[in-house]
Design a protein around this ligand. Structure first.
Ligand SMILES: NC(=O)c1ccc[n+]([C@@H]2O[C@H](COP(=O)([O-])OP(=O)(O)OC[C@H]3O[C@@H](n4cnc5c(N)ncnc54)[C@H](O)[C@@H]3O)[C@@H](O)[C@H]2O)c1
Length: 362
């Protein structure tokens, strides 16, 4: 059961490319944590991805959403994307399908510098780069409303609608304030482009004004997304929590990921509080390095730590993060971070750390 119940049930969808390499390594670390915690956690693997799609024509099998919703607490996801499926249809069906059908409205993307040497910003340290980006995950420009007219002619027109509901905007903004309050964070920044997108983001402005009044202890402010992009590079230390729409959150969180060491390290959660939620590294299937055994597993491992937090396994989540910090400190890392270790060697090192450092009531 979720949130501290007796047994956690995890669906594992490794997906394609390096998803199939890093996810089993993250599960290996989770199994070490499980043994250390002496608490039950069950893993069930699903082979949904490009191979199955090419073999059977199946993306998200019938009944999949109900199965995950009713029988699992969380989903540990790898990545989807395969050069043999140029349309990316299976990825859209599976990943966007789960985000929308499980109503995972919070996309949480922490930006946390775990070792000073990893940021491209000069003179910035761990204390400067620690913030959370909450991206609205079920609406906006990603809902697939639109169409193409006169395709293939010089008069071709393409329309993509930006869909924003009061309910959708309010729940993500409220989540950001609640998260700040629960984690002792003092600053929430809402970002939009309401000066140009007056209808869609006018709604964000109105809702933000209402919700912020209910959290007088939190220092809340608004920045246009272009200003936010500049400010987050100039002085990331001014932010604790950022909340924004689907498209802007997608972009600004990748910018943030780079400030904290790059894609190989960035975790994320697709969350609906109290319901089955999905956790995935920010990176994709990286076909350029797939099969070489050099993919960085730390993004997936840090993703597992987020999942442990969600499940109410807080000390275990901290233990996993401590292991990752230690590996970075020791430079026991894959080539993307300047090391010479393989995916499996890094994970084995983390398992060893977890086994040796299982102390203090964890
Ligand atoms: N959530 C997802 O499943 C997801 C997200 C992004 C992209 N994709 C898909 O992945 C495929 C490749 O996309 P892309 O190349 O734009 O993005 P990508 O994240 O797969 O790779 C971008 C670059 O970062 C490197 N990289 C990524 N993760 C790494 C890791 N763990 N260790 C070391 N290096 C790593 C890659 O080698 C590549 O050079 C596409 O099919 C795309 O649609 C899927």
């Amino acid at each position: 059961m979720r949130n501290g119940g007796p047994k956690a049930r995890i669906a594992v969808i490794a997906g394609d490319g390096i998803g199939t390499e890093v996810t089993p390594q993250a599960v290996k670390v989770l199994k070490a944590v499980r043994a250390a915690a002496r608490r039950p956690m069950e893993f069930v693997e699903f082979d949904w991805g490009a191979d199955k799609f090419l073999r059977e024509g199946v993306t998200l099998p019938p009944g999949a959403v109900e199965l995950l919703r009713d029988e699992f607490d969380a989903i540990l996801f790898g990545a989807l994307g395969d050069p043999r499926v140029p349309s990316n249809q299976h990825a859209a069906d599976i990943l966007l399908g789960l985000r929308f059908k499980l109503d995972l409205y919070v996309n949480a993307r922490p930006v946390e510098l775990l070792d000073d040497r990893l940021t491209p910003l000069r003179d910035r340290t761990e204390k400067d780069i620690r913030l959370m980006v909450f991206r609205e995950n079920t609406e906006g420009l990603y809902v697939g409303v639109g169409g193409v007219f006169k395709q293939g002619t010089p008069d071709e027109i393409a329309v993509q609608e930006d869909v924003n509901s009061r309910k959708g905007v309010e729940r993500i903004i409220r989540y950001a304030f609640e998260y700040a309050g629960q984690n002792g964070l003092k600053r929430v920044c809402m970002s939009d482009k309401s000066n140009a997108m007056t209808f869609a983001h006018g709604l964000w402005q109105r809702v933000f004004k209402e919700v912020r009044q209910q959290y007088p202890d939190i220092d809340s402010r608004h920045l246009f997304i272009d200003t936010l992009a500049m400010e987050i590079v100039r002085d990331p230390g001014q932010f604790d929590v950022i909340v924004t729409c689907n498209l802007f959150g997608d972009i600004i969180s990748d910018l943030g990921a780079q400030l904290a060491g790059g894609l190989g390290l960035a975790p994320s959660g697709n969350i609906h509080p109290g319901k089955t939620s999905l956790f995935e590294p920010v990176h994709g299937s990286a076909p350029n390095i797939a099969g070489k055994g050099i993919a960085n597993p730390l993004g997936s491992v840090l993703t597992s730590a987020m999942m442990l937090d969600f499940l109410g396994w807080k000390p275990q989540a901290e233990l996993v993060r401590a292991a990752v910090r230690a590996a970075l400190r020791e430079n026991y890392v894959t080539p993307d971070l300047g090391g010479g270790k393989t995916t499996g060697e890094v994970a084995d090192w983390l398992v060893d750390f977890v086994e040796k450092n299982n102390f203090a009531g964890r």
